[in-house]
Design a protein around this ligand. Sequence first.
Ligand SMILES: *Cc1c(COP(=O)(O)O)cnc(C)c1O
Length: 382
Amino acid sequence: MSREKFERIKEFAKDKETPCLIIDLDVIRKNYENLQTYLPWATIYYAVKANPDDAVVSLLRDLGSNFDVASRYELDQLLRLGVSPDRMSFGNTIKKEKDIAYFYEKGVRLFVTDSIADIDKLSRAAPGSKVFFRLLTEGLGADWPLSKKFGSHPDLARQLMKTAMRFGLEPYGISFHPGSQQRDVGQWSSALAIVAQLFNWARHDLKVDLKMINMGGGFPANYLEPTDSLEQYAQDIKRFLDNSFGLVWPEKIVIEPGRSMAGDAGVIVSEIINIAKKSVHERYPWVFLDIGKFGGLIETLDESIKYPIYFEGQGSVEEVILAGPTCDSMDILYERTPYFMPSSAKIGDRVYILTTGAYTQSYSSVYFNGFPPLKSYILPPA
Ligand SMILES: *Cc1c(COP(=O)(O)O)cnc(C)c1O
């Protein structure tokens, strides 16, 4: 973020009650354009859960994005905002039959699956629809892995494809998610090799030409730990696709960016509530902010996501422990990861938590300890 932009955000937030999230739509637009530039062969389905703000969704709608939808509530929101159902996929493997029926009734015809029971539901509630099969990945190398819970082993995926066909659904493609904030691009390589095997198997044994690879999200936002550039990811993934598919790539390559689209677009403005030591000789002071795990920073769980944090003030810095305001002892942000605060910082000062545009507001709790859900504002144009 440029100095000038940061000053604008600070100025805009000046009279706002904290904590609050300031969203910069210019960054979302830029991220969308960068994805198009570096991955021109990919079709973008924005993962709505990352930041479902109406303004964010409307901007992406206008830019031509498609949407990865996880619940009937997200579907209702998208319909309200005028997104047509042929720009959506129901990308959650865990769905009630009546919700599948609701999506189908509204016109959605593209569904993910990873189990026999789910295919059973799809065959009844969304007859004839296109289905894609999610593979299990381990999420190794990811800061927020998403492993284990979703997808099936390739052996089971073969069975699922057969079953789907028998049930009159259209086997359409294979999906995986390499793990969110995936810092090891090699994870795409191993997944794509398995995807290619499944494409071959479907062609020869099932006599079906699968059309789509859905590579999920995983592209990075800019937190404390450095990552390769998006351009580098794109180059590497293109090479992996060449390795696995040669000259003839599948018809449709989908990406579902969430974090990489919205993460860098947000700044949380917070305030220091208290600075305190627990004992006379304690080394590091505790700094309590007015936002914590329950106010929207749940991804600090296990200190997985390390947000860049900016304190006002000058002078020498000292290492601190950062914690949130609620009466739950797990509401600690960072105890092991070193964070530093200028010695001049004091109670009442503002603190800026950067790269908080994704997975913050949508995760904030509803009135735990009476604290309202995280409020957000769109930064007005300059
Ligand atoms: C959450 C999610 C995404 C977004 O992942 P990011 O790593 O945030 O880009 C994409 N696809 C699916 C199916 C998801 O559940």
